[in-house]
Design a protein around this ligand. Structure first.
Ligand SMILES: Nc1ncnc2c1ncn2[C@@H]1O[C@H](COP(=O)(O)OP(=O)(O)OP(=O)(O)O)[C@@H](O)[C@H]1O
Length: 226
């Protein structure tokens, strides 16, 4: 159960020509490991995450999620795959302002056609796992930035994904809180055997991740042990 990008190339329209955002990128993320993708602004990190999330189809190459080759799948199949096997934490945390922390998680079960009430124990278990069991009834404005990021991570885990994709998890946090969130991501990844990719331009807090891959001008360099 892994995430594999195999010789992925992605271009965007750019004036009369095309801009190559990902250039022949290959990456394998085994289950139970975190790979941090680092690189300067504009190097292709978000593009890589969007392709891994099956939100953008590459020009060429394959994306394999938990044994399923996504090449050629239709929209409905990709939506189902994302809902059941991929957890995504976007840079702009989009928690719903009127819902409590536990309700944010229950909504995920509802979107998956399950009863929110039936999902309550799992939602509480996940809030416990991210250290927020006592804050379950709080709404986003009553939580700190770090706590909101923890709710986002717990929410992404709600449907028990095999692949966890996280964009700039520490950008809004100070050093200490950022390090705590990264440690939490690593712990959850090991415990729940997800194949986790996080992208960041901040190299200073990566002590706990398993692998670091560098992207420059759309090209990925061979991952080295962290
Ligand atoms: N929708 C788009 N249309 C055209 N070009 C795009 C589009 N999205 C990204 N790009 C370009 O593709 C390249 C890679 O962008 P990407 O957002 O993947 O980089 P990034 O490493 O995530 O940057 P940042 O750290 O600033 O978020 C950049 O040159 C960017 O300008």
């Amino acid at each position: 159960m892994t995430l594999t990008l195999d010789r992925v190339t992605l271009t965007y329209p750019d004036g009369d020509g095309r801009l190559t955002a990902l250039d022949d990128v290959s990456l394998t993320v085994p289950e139970g490991t975190v790979t941090a993708v680092v690189g300067p602004s504009g190097s292709g990190k978000s593009s890589l995450l969007a392709v891994a999330a099956t939100l953008i189809t590459p020009d060429s190459g394959r994306v394999v999620v938990d044994g399923t080759d996504t090449t050629g799948l239709g929209r409905a199949e990709l939506t189902a795959l994302r809902r059941t096997r991929i957890g995504i934490v976007f840079q702009q945390a989009n928690l719903l302002p009127s819902l409590s922390a536990v309700e944010q998680l229950q909504v995920m079960a509802h979107l998956d056609g399950r009863s929110p009430r039936g999902a309550l124990p799992r939602a509480l278990e996940l809030l416990d796992a991210v250290g927020l069991r006592d804050q379950a009834g709080r709404r986003p404005h009553q939580l700190s930035g770090g706590q909101r990021q923890r709710v986002n991570i717990a929410r992404a885990l709600m449907n028990d994904p095999k692949v966890l994709l996280i964009d700039e998890p520490t950008s809004a946090l100070d050093h200490e809180r950022g390090s705590a969130v990264l440690d939490l991501i690593t712990t959850l990844t090991h415990e729940r055997s997800t194949a986790t990719v996080l992208v960041t331009h901040d190299r200073t807090r990566l002590a706990s991740v398993d692998h670091i891959a560098e992207v420059h001008d759309g090209r990925l360099t061979v991952p080295a042990a962290a």
